[in-house]
Design a protein around this ligand. Structure first.
Ligand code: XLS
Ligand code: NI
Ligand code: NI
Length: 462
């Protein structure tokens, strides 16, 4: 998700949707849009998949099971299109623009009609996306329960499942200094109560995971920040969540979603390596995996592939927030992913580490402010799903071909026997290594890294 407090619901009253909305009846939110079907690469129908064929088998699994697509509630159903320079633009005929529970419930019906027509098996929410905040925590929780009842009904009607839930601990002004890392202990307590409730609802709805994204857990200036104390509080908060998870018997996977900055200058969960270090330092690693977001990788100065590999090698690659940034804009623009290189590299890493188990491809992405019609939501998701289907097929073809993996294996051949094998087995120290080299006189010659050859090899498949 990106900056600017856009359409998070709950705290800032949503802006009135465009006037064209008045004619909406609850019969259908998308009356002119059929169920989206696979028509193959030759189709010219913008409302059809060209590559995502849910039942097609790739590497022994259906595309549906490989990709486990999820639609996000926040951008797709709460995004107004407002930005720091202007008001909302979105036409959302099913939404009366009010902050009422009745409107929130009506919105659930529209959301599930969308997800069902699209054919995505999962969705994700923040607590405050789905239900409005009340005047007190008790009233807020009642509102949440009232909307969760409709979510449950729609999940049962359609078979669509909750990939993960999360709590919005950043929109309400009470969280201005952070939530678990706030200087105000009452805010920590409020955040704990909120996460407790969000975990309970996730559990009741059969959620397969629960995500912690830093929100405002970071700092704007070190001049007013006790960094050690804030990080200790964050660790304590996550331990409390782990305890409560056990208490209620929630079996879903916990995720941490790295992001380096925005809204704060520096977020404590800045990238995959920082998250892993934090989790390890505080004894939390067994309880968490990472949810890697493309645009956050970019903001951290990394590629998505880098973040996936760092998570994957630590056995902590859990799920992905699939989007893309704009390198010229430099903030979390959360665009839909359409770049085939990006999806290919992403799926190469995902397949390499055994594919998604509890996680999936979650479109934490929003249509542009200028793409304000409901049909744009379909174009955006169809494009993202097709791009990932192509990435999956291309990655599988590259793996089947085997030249890339063979090259990497061969590149490290000196470690498979002789001195390399002895070093890896921990059988030699500096003394033995010196004796080895004194005898040999010079290291064996290096081989080319062949980067250009490998880049060309990838292009053979794209
Ligand atoms: C914000 C994050 C957010 C998380 C869920 O940048 O991407 O949307 O995915 O809180
Ligand atoms: Ni995200
Ligand atoms: Ni984001």
């Amino acid at each position: 998700m990106s900056n600017a407090g856009v359409g998070r619901g709950g705290t800032t009253p949503p802006e009135r949707p465009n006037r064209l909305t008045e004619s909406f009846t609850m019969k259908s939110a998308f009356p002119n849009i059929p169920k989206i079907r696979f028509e193959g690469p030759n189709s010219r129908n913008p409302l059809a998949f060209k590559h995502y064929n849910a039942d097609e088998i790739v590497e022994g699994r259906t595309m549906r099971d490989h990709l486990r697509f999820a639609v996000v509630y926040w951008h797709t159903f709460r995004g107004t299109g407002s930005d720091p320079f202007g008001a909302g633009t979105m036409q959302r005929p099913w939404d009366d623009g009010s902050n009422s529970v009745a409107n929130a419930q009506k919105r659930v019906r529209a959301a599930f009609e969308f997800i069902e027509k699209l054919g995505a098996p999962y969705y994700c929410w923040h607590d405050r996306d789905v239900a409005p905040e009340g005047r007190t925590l008790a009233e807020t929780n009642r509102n949440f329960d009232a909307v969760a009842r409709v979510l449950r009904e729609e999940q049962q009607r359609t078979g669509i499942k909750l990939l993960w839930g999360t709590a919005n601990l950043f929109s309400n002004p009470r969280f201005m200094h952070g939530a678990a890392t706030s200087c105000n202990a009452d805010v920590f307590a409020f955040a704990a109560a909120q996460v407790k409730k969000a975990m309970e609802v996730t559990h009741e709805l059969g959620g397969e995971g629960y995500t912690f994204w830093g929100g405002r857990e970071g700092y704007q200036t070190l001049l007013n920040t006790d960094l050690q104390r804030e990080q200790a509080h964050l660790a304590a908060f996550l331990h409390l969540a782990v305890d409560y998870k056990k208490k209620i018997g929630f079996k879903g996977q916990f995720y941490i979603e790295p992001k380096p900055k925005e809204p704060t200058k520096h977020q404590y969960d800045s990238d995959a390596a920082a998250c892993l270090n934090f989790l390890r330092e505080h004894g939390l690693l067994p309880h968490f995996k990472l949810n890697i977001e493309t645009n956050h990788a970019t903001l951290a100065g990394h590629t998505m592939q880098h973040e996936l590999e760092v998570a994957g090698t630590a056995g902590a690659l859990g799920s992905i927030d699939a989007n893309t940034g704009d390198e010229l804009l430099g903030w979390d623009t959360d665009q839909f992913p359409t770049n085939i290189y990006l999806t290919t590299y992403t799926m190469l890493s995902v397949l390499k580490y055994g594919g998604f188990k509890t996680g999936g491809v979650n479109f934490d992405a929003k249509v542009r402010r200028e793409s304000f019609e409901p049909v744009d939501l379909f174009h955006a998701h169809i494009g993202g799903m097709d791009a990932f289907a192509r990435g999956l097929k291309i990655a599988a073809a590259i793996r089947k071909d085997g030249r890339l993996a063979d090259f990497v294996k061969q590149r490290y051949a000196s470690w498979d026997s002789g001195i390399g094998a002895k070093i890896e087995a921990g059988k030699v120290g500096f003394k033995e290594l010196e004796a080895y080299m004194l005898k040999k006189g010079e290291a064996d010659a290096n081989a080319s890294g062949r980067q250009e050859y490998l880049e060309n090899l990838i292009n053979e498949f794209i």
